[in-house]
Design a protein around this ligand. Structure first.
Ligand code: PMP
Ligand code: GLN
Length: 379
């Protein structure tokens, strides 16, 4: 008899929908991965480092050149100086960084505030560590944070608040005011913040991403996590990192060293070199804004109703103009019968209520989006 540590957890929706899309030869606008080739120069650099023999274990917290390059990028763009020797760990994607950071600090009975809809890898990790997720719903229709509710949710057991900015799945980007209120709420507490910023380089309509690292009162208690998967079209390479003050990184390293020890060596060297050319990430917002606009124009020909977004490569749409079904059944049926896969919003909530929003990933070639929408028009 197996005594499950995660009795309420099933297979992640991203595996379920991608598998269903493959089975039904559907156009896969569900799981968030870019359809584009990795930047060719980056691929060339990886090969160069493999051929040059950089194939053994990297240092536990990451290759020095990459740690230094990331810290100077953060210093330049977010005006925060992290020590590349003591305040950064290179991780196997953001997923491992999240697991490691939550595990390093959450004890049995600790409360962790998270915002719903919530990316699906936070809750299981909190629960594996005996923590208690405390959910606060973002306010529909614009998914803003009710900070009064956040303040009221804090107890003496609150150990951590996890924010995701820009936000998956809604595409909401925190304003300076949001972050300033958050910093006031946590001042004079020992609350640690995790700021999941994997979409830091994808914001639209002139909206700037404000990293938690750029606000000194937040940076002193925040673990900023991000991933090169989103930035360089390389979600399959699984390289990311976390930066935080030294006392937090010290604890994170204790877990990291026994979870993976270290991360892919030639890719780290290649990223260190590739990051010197800023155009690769500075052009990303424009690239995806054009995609977002093109997809929105196409969706305009369907009966779906668009929900405004400010960043990420996800687009929420309202299905209530088309069906009375709940979002989950509809997303499954749409994949099977119409050949387009999406993600139902309800999976990002702890209480499974009937919802009428689904998420599309538009990080795809225009032809793919066109073929997808051609099918959606029939709905
Ligand atoms: N956080 C968010 C909000 C995400 O959307 C994702 C998925 N890309 C991750 C973390 C995980 O990132 P990675 O693929 O680098 O593990
Ligand atoms: N972050 C991606 C998404 O939201 C999926 C990552 C994964 O498949 N684990 O779709």
């Amino acid at each position: 008899m197996i005594h499950s540590k995660l009795p309420n957890t099933g297979t992640t929706i991203f595996s379920i929908m991608t598998q269903l899309a493959n089975e039904h030869k559907a156009i896969n606008l569900s799981q968030g991965f870019p359809e584009f080739q990795a930047f060719p120069e980056l691929g060339r650099l990886v090969k160069q480092y493999i051929d040059a023999g950089f194939n053994q274990y990297a240092p536990m917290h990451g290759v020095k050149e990459l740690r230094e390059q990331i810290c100077s990028k953060i210093q330049k763009h977010y005006k925060k100086a992290y020590n590349p020797d003591t305040e950064i760990v290179i991780t196997s994607g953001a997923t491992q960084a999240l697991y490691t950071a939550i595990t390093a600090f959450i004890h049995k009975g600790d409360e962790v505030i998270i915002f719903e809809p919530a990316y699906d890898s936070y809750v299981p990790v909190i629960e594996l560590n005996g923590g208690i997720p405390v959910f606060i719903k973002l306010n529909a229709p614009n998914f803003s944070v009710n900070w009064t509710e956040v303040r009221a949710a804090i107890t003496e057991k609150t150990k951590m608040i996890i924010v995701n900015n820009p936000h998956n799945p809604t595409g909401v980007v925190f304003s300076k005011e949001d972050l300033s209120i958050l910093s006031k709420i946590v001042s004079n507490t020992d609350i640690i913040i995790i700021s999941d910023e994997v979409y830091e380089h994808i914001t639209f309509d002139g909206i700037q991403h404000i990293s938690a690292s750029s606000i000194p009162e937040l940076a002193e208690r925040t673990i900023v996590i991000t991933s090169f998967g989103k930035t360089f079209h390389t979600t399959g390479w699984k390289v990311g990192y976390c930066v935080a003050p030294e006392e937090l990184i010290k604890e994170i390293k204790k877990v990291h060293q026994y979870l993976v020890f270290s991360v892919n060596t030639p890719v780290q060297y290649a990223l260190a070199e590739f990051l010197k050319d800023e155009s690769s990430f500075l052009g990303l917002s424009t690239f995806y804004e054009e995609k977002r606009n093109y997809f929105a124009k196409l969706i305009g020909e369907t009966r779906f109703k668009l929900i405004q977004n400010q960043g990420t490569f996800f687009q929420l749409v309202d299905i209530s103009t088309i069906t009375d079904e709940d979002d989950y059944s509809f997303a499954i049926r749409m994949t099977k019968e119409y050949g387009v896969a999406s993600i139902p919003l309800s999976v990002f909530y702890s209480q499974k209520e009937k919802m009428s929003l689904i998420r599309f990933c538009f990080a795809k070639h225009n032809e793919t989006l066109e073929r997808g929408v051609e099918r959606l028009i029939k709905l």
